[in-house]
Design a protein. Structure first.
Length: 487
């Protein structure tokens, strides 16, 4: 067939279809472009048909020969195979490249796209790619195929190609902003689904994906760096609230916590594993008071003034030994026992040291809750302080905003708390020189400066004014009710 004959036949076919109402004007206007791309010789036409025939064969045989074929794929295989091997004119045209494989009897593009989405959901990404390539080879601007392609790129984390494919599906470059919004939303949806999938079944029942996606929609897209962290934090809190306190139902939260912390670039620490939910019991203020009742307590500061003192045995002779933050032990001088560990929420030092009670401190409840997820280790404590002990002296009104202490130290808060309880047989302070001699800490913590928010002079003045006795680095505080009320 010559070029003139080919062009005449194409125009004649277009007029006939237009006359019969089977072709719209837009397709007629595209005819000149099709004519310009028409084969100019018999060899070009044969090459085009041979190429299409090869593509048809490659696609169909790949579909038919998939072994093992999952359940969702088998009906598709049967339909394709029946159409390909059918003794019909259409099947013959497809085999010889005169028609696309999409023209096979019983095969519809909608069915193929649906199979592609099911393959995407099953994680069979190479088969999704096969379907997309098979459709776009004959219809480069097929909208549904480009939508599927965008989702395939999104699953792979290829966000720029995903945005380009979605923009093509919408109709071109003028839809750039819409495509960008879709990418932002899709990233949020994927992360929500991934994080929810990591949650145990009880939490998934309590908190549906739609609720999580609503949360995603409220997160600002301008800060993708902490996007995962904020979303995961919301989901963790919801999961814990849904499962109740101390329940084994939170056992699936470890990977969720890991996902939450993976985007924290400023801190790289080991997270609380799932066993925390089963191995840790919480202790509130009243139960902590009962725990202290009738016992002598040594509060040991992280002070160089204890080095060379030989007070280690005297400290360990107390019923309970309370230490703070990044304490470092030298048995002869500081003792070796630790019953209670009180730590500021920002730091991770000594949280793996076995103790009876561990209490994390923070003036802000949200930071305190986050620190529980980051700092607590399974098996390292029998009791974990609850929210009533997160900032105790301030919560009880023992320290107010009008006091000069500003940001009270952990040591000063627990001096005030133990005196307020008034149930201990002794409250002895070791090494409380209020930073006059510096700090004796674990070496990784030695570079952390003393917070300028602490008013050490005011704390020292208060302690010395209320002390029963001072003997070198040892200060004994009153415990009876009368002195506690006048404190």
């Amino acid at each position: 067939m010559s070029t003139t004959e080919f062009a005449s036949a194409a125009l004649r076919r277009g007029r006939q279809e237009l006359h019969q109402g089977r072709l719209d004007l837009q397709r007629v206007r595209r005819l000149p472009a099709r004519l310009r791309s028409a084969p100019r010789s018999r060899e070009q036409l044969r090459s085009r048909l041979t190429g299409r025939g090869a593509r048809n064969r490659e696609f169909v045989l790949a579909v038919i020969n998939r072994v093992p074929a999952p359940d969702y794929w088998q009906p598709f295989t049967r339909t394709i195979a029946a159409g390909w091997y059918a003794n019909s004119v259409t099947s013959g045209l497809v085999r010889h490249g005169l028609r696309s494989w999409r023209s096979l009897p019983g095969v519809t593009v909608g069915q193929v796209i649906e199979v592609g989405y099911r393959a995407l959901a099953a994680g069979d990404l190479e088969w999704v790619e096969l379907i997309i390539d098979g459709i776009l080879a004959d219809s480069p601007r097929h909208q549904r195929a480009h939508r599927l392609k965008a989702r395939l790129h999104a699953v792979r984390g290829e966000w720029r190609p995903a945005q380009d494919a979605w923009r093509t599906a919408l109709g071109g470059s003028r839809h750039r902003n819409e495509a960008r919004r879709w990418v932002i939303n899709e990233r949020g949806r994927q992360r929500a689904r991934r994080l929810i999938a990591l949650m145990p079944e009880p939490e998934r029942r309590h908190r549906s994906e739609s609720a999580a996606l609503a949360t995603v929609a409220q997160l600002p897209a301008e800060q993708p760096a902490d996007f995962d962290a904020r979303l995961a934090s919301v989901l963790i809190n919801r999961a814990i609230a849904a499962s109740g306190s101390g329940s084994g139902e939170t056992a699936g939260l470890r990977p969720l916590m890991q996902a939450w912390a993976s985007s924290q670039q400023r801190e790289r620490i080991v997270l609380a594993p799932a066993e925390v939910a089963q191995s840790v019991r919480t202790i509130n203020r009243d139960r902590f008071r009962s725990y202290l009742s009738g016992r002598s307590v040594a509060l040991v500061a992280n002070s160089p003034s204890l080095l060379g003192s030989g007070l280690g045995r005297q400290i360990d002779d107390h019923d309970l030994v309370l230490r703070f933050n990044s304490f470092a032990l030298q048995e002869a001088d500081t003792g070796r026992r630790t019953s209670i560990h009180v730590a500021f929420h920002k730091y991770d030092f000594n949280t793996d040291v076995p103790v009876d009670v561990r209490i994390l401190l923070s003036a802000k409840e949200n930071l305190w809750r986050d620190s529980l997820k980051l700092r607590v280790r399974p098996g390292a404590q029998d009791w974990l302080g609850d929210a009533s002990l997160r900032w105790p002296a301030v919560q009880l009104g023992l320290i107010t905003k009008n006091d000069p202490f500003k940001l009270p130290t952990a040591g000063f808060q627990f001096i005030r708390l133990l005196m307020h309880f008034g149930v201990s047989t002794a409250i002895d302070l070791y090494g409380f020189d209020f930073y006059a001699s510096g700090m004796h800490r674990l070496s990784p913590a030695s570079l952390i400066p003393h917070s300028p928010g602490h008013n050490s002079a005011a704390e020292k003045e208060w302690v010395m004014a209320h002390a029963d006795s001072v003997a070198g680095p040892v200060i004994s505080m009153p415990t009876d009710d009368h002195l506690r009320r006048t404190a």
